[in-house]
Design a protein around this ligand. Structure first.
Ligand code: B12
Ligand code: SF4
Length: 501
């Protein structure tokens, strides 16, 4: 009989079972780290740990984020001798997750994977030595599995559980989402070295930073987004429960800056306003940052956000071309981006833009439009990525069907050949870097010169640099909207190439 939340809260069904939960992410091996990747412990793992402990399990957590290798895990395996080892998975940590599974199995434990990557593709985990994969939201699935282990029952039919049976993957029905997120206990902060994270943050930023989530899921449907755990569902915690968590973080750990790690913050308008009012009324002096969408950051909300402590917003701007935003199914207009960005600047709230290059269908004109938008608003921080077809996304399907270059077999696991050769994307990034560096000068002292310089560099990029980079005249390159009149473009392009018979 599958376990239900209410019954378990009363019953504590897994007394004494030794469970070791592992985050295999190693900061020192992350290529993004050099670019300032920010560190927080996995909230998913801390929630699982708290929930399993509440159900009676004896839980430990190994967080490898700041480790040099697998030694902390090996030590825990020897000293704690867990009966069950649960590993958090992301696409980039697959190899280490498999190494952990091999060692845990050799130590006699039942090994379980969960998290975004194994939820979207359980097969490599099961083939690589895991006994089972928990797909989707994990708390009740984990306790179901622990209960089955404690009682010696099989995993057949358990919702959200995949395992191998006679060489084939058997997948139970989908796990229903928890109806009420407030029923979950506070994350098990005491099971990791939280002070290690906080003192690092203090050293580098002067603030003690920690992450929280106020909701799970996102109802939007961007075509490159991977949402294997919560799909398009959306559940919001109550304001009371979020404030309780914030208050505990302040009092127990001296946290004074919070990153709200919701997929998108501010989806429910009334909830957001109520939350901001409650923060303002408490006068905690807590600062925070969050990820939002341009269509949700209505200018009239910004004074309240600022007063409540908002310091920085991560904004998925992605492209300066409406045609690209539509292809990506972003559901956002450029007008909304422009309004939100100008309003953030006016209120002194920093913006961190996410930009994406190389989405199938992108033209050189679209790349130019992105650089121009960037130049106009020059966000305080930004990151540019080349579109990555994550497992299970519509973008992956597009790329498999031949969008971009190269066949699915040829491309490595995450990247695919974009429409243009890599130097074109490097050049686009270089243009943005240039404008970011110049912005403090042009904005303050010589805005008009900045405009003129902008048009001149656009012209240079459009007519000369890209010809060199793409190895062909502009007439052969797909563009949407040229910066120059056709007669001038043709003149600069020279005679059309001779056709060979
Ligand atoms: C906050 C966040 C971050 C933060 C904090 C990361 C951290 N330490 O968790 C920062 C900014 C540091 C970050 C970095 C990265 N992130 Co991130 N991040 C998120 C985000 C927005 C929320 C994560 C979260 O807290 N969720 C809430 C918790 C409750 O959910 P959860 O973690 O999924 O856990 C639940 C289930 O998955 C399951 N579960 C999880 N683990 C396990 C283990 C077991 C044994 C079981 C049974 C169940 C189980 O149960 C949990 C509770 O229900 C997610 C998007 C999302 N919605 O999940 C992306 C997301 C996880 N990140 C992603 C990526 C790609 C990254 C980076 C690789 C980006 C980069 N190139 O640098 C790095 C990796 C760094 C790292 N530490 O691993 C992808 C992962 C995709 C994939 N297939 O791997 C996601 C899904 C975003 C996306 N849509 O593409 N990230
Ligand atoms: S990219 Fe952001 S807004 Fe779009 S579907 Fe994913 S989480 Fe939602």
């Amino acid at each position: 009989m599958p376990f239900t939340l209410t019954a378990s809260l009363e019953g504590r069904p897994v007394p004494g079972l030794r469970v070791l939960l592992v985050d295999p992410y190693l900061r020192r091996e992350d290529p993004m780290e050099r670019k300032g990747q920010e560190q927080y412990p996995s909230l998913g793992l801390l929630s699982l740990a708290a929930f399993a402990r509440q159900q009676g399990a004896d839980v430990r957590v190994v967080d490898l984020t700041f480790a040099r290798g697998l030694e902390p895990f090996d030590r825990a395996l020897r000293s704690f001798t867990p009966e069950v080892v649960g590993v958090h998975t992301k696409t980039l940590t697959l190899p280490r997750a498999l190494a952990i599974a091999r060692r845990a199995r050799a130590g006699g434990a039942f090994v379980l994977a969960g998290g975004p990557d194994s939820s979207s593709r359980p097969e490599p985990y099961l083939a690589g030595g895991f006994d089972a994969v928990a797909t989707g939201e994990g708390e009740t699935t984990l306790v179901d599995i622990l209960q089955a282990r404690a009682e010696g029952q099989s995993l057949f039919g358990l919702p959200g559980v995949a395992f191998l049976h006679e060489g084939t993957v058997v997948q139970g029905p989908p796990r229903p989402f928890l109806p009420d997120l407030d029923a979950l206990p506070l994350p098990a902060w005491d099971l990791i070295d939280l002070e290690g994270y906080l003192s690092r943050w203090k050293r580098f930023t002067g603030t003690r930073r920690m992450a929280v989530v106020t909701s799970r899921g996102c109802p939007f449907d961007c075509s490159w987004c991977s949402k294997p755990t919560f799909g398009r569902s959306f559940r919001q915690r109550s304001i009371r429960s979020v404030l309780q968590e914030l208050s505990a973080l302040r009092e127990l750990y001296g946290v004074d800056y919070v990153r709200i790690c919701d997929d998108v913050f501010g989806i429910q308008r009334r909830w957001t306003e109520g939350f901001l009012d409650a923060l303002i009324a408490r006068r905690w002096g807590l600062q925070f940052e969050c990820l939002s969408r341009a269509d949700l950051l209505r200018p009239e909300l910004l004074p309240r956000l600022k007063e409540a402590g908002l310091r920085r917003v991560f904004l998925g701007v992605e492209s300066g071309s409406q045609a690209m935003l539509d292809l990506m199914n972003r559901g956002i207009t450029l007008g909304q981006v422009e309004r939100a960005s100008a309003a953030l600047r006016a209120h002194g709230i920093d913006q961190y833009w996410f930009l994406m290059l190389g989405y199938p269908g992108e033209t050189l004109g679209d790349l130019d439009a992105t650089v121009r938008l960037f130049r106009r608003f020059a966000p305080e921080e930004y990151s540019v990525s080349v579109a990555v077809p994550l497992p299970g996304t519509r973008l992956e399907k597009l790329v498999d069907e031949g969008a971009g270059g190269g066949s699915p077999q040829e491309r490595p696991s995450l990247l695919y050949e974009g429409v243009f050769p890599p130097p074109v994307y490097r050049w686009t990034r270089a243009r943005m870097r240039f404008w970011r560096r110049l912005d403090p000068i042009t904005r303050r002292y010589v805005p008009l010169v900045g405009e003129k310089l902008g048009s001149a560099t656009d012209w240079w990029s459009h007519e000369i640099a890209r010809k060199v980079l793409t190895g062909g005249p502009p007439a052969e390159i797909p563009t949407r909207g040229s910066l120059l009149p056709p007669w001038l473009s043709n003149l600069l392009a020279g005679p059309p190439p001779r056709r060979s018979r």
